[in-house]
Design a protein around this ligand. Structure first.
Ligand SMILES: C[S@@+](CC[C@H](N)C(=O)[O-])C[C@H]1O[C@@H](n2cnc3c(N)ncnc32)[C@H](O)[C@@H]1O
Length: 209
């Protein structure tokens, strides 16, 4: 099974699973890092069932929600409906189905550690930003909980903050910061006693005007 099959399979349960892994603080921290403004347009990459999108809509933004899994996007559409506020697009973070310079903000929460080539995904997210647009990525700090590869199909065991910073800069973003979000991701292994408690970082950067 790969990551897409995994998220196809857990789509209907993802909200409950997500709630047990990390709290709404993650969404609050991500939106605060971007300083989102009403009336703008944002991309939610690896949107899942719409955890980040939900906060964006509440703040009066329009959203382009991208995910590799058609099944999980269907679940998101069931929750939020088919309307002018959310544009649902199936696609890969490394080859986004969004034109250059389309969005004011791009977010990716807990998606990057599933992506094959994280620097390529970051470059893509920078590409779709308007001049002055902001990219905010929230994801796991580097860890050594191997069971997450097997049980959650994680491709990367988190990231070094220095790598994230370098990839943002290589994508042409400025004012790059990578800090602790002050919140953790907690996962109990289903087959052994392992319990993962992993710090979450928030990375942000701005595209040149
Ligand atoms: C851990 S879930 C997070 C979902 C949502 N952002 C949240 O916080 O609840 C990761 C999501 O990223 C999607 N994903 C993983 N790899 C992807 C890729 N290469 N391109 C697009 N989506 C991807 C998965 O299908 C899944 O919906």
């Amino acid at each position: 099974m790969n990551s897409k099959d995994f998220f196809d399979r857990v789509a209907q349960d993802w909200d409950d699973m997500r709630e047990s892994y990390y709290s709404d603080d993650v969404r609050v921290g991500a939106l605060a890092a971007a300083g989102v403004q009403r009336g703008r347009i944002a991309a939610d990459i690896g949107a899942g069932t719409g955890f980040i999108s939900q906060g964006l809509i509440r703040e009066g933004l329009r959203v382009i929600a991208v995910d590799q899994s058609e099944v999980i996007l269907k679940e998101m559409k069931r929750k939020f409906g088919d309307n002018d506020t959310i544009d649902y697009r199936i696609g890969n973070a490394e080859d986004l189905p969004i034109s250059d310079g389309m969005v004011d903000y791009a977010f990716a929460n807990m998606c990057l550690h599933h992506v094959e080539r994280p620097p390529d995904a970051i470059r893509e997210m920078a590409r779709i930003l308007k001049p002055g647009g902001k990219l905010v990525i929230t994801d796991a700090d580097e860890h050594d909980f191997e069971f997450l590869r097997e049980e959650h199909h994680d491709r990367w065991l988190g990231f070094k903050r220095s790598d994230i910073k370098a990839w943002f800069q290589a994508a042409g973003l400025s004012g790059v910061g990578v800090d602790s979000l002050g919140s953790c991701c907690e996962v109990q292994s289903t087959c052994c006693d392992d319990f993962a408690r992993i710090g979450i970082f928030v990375a942000s950067g701005e595209k040149a005007r």
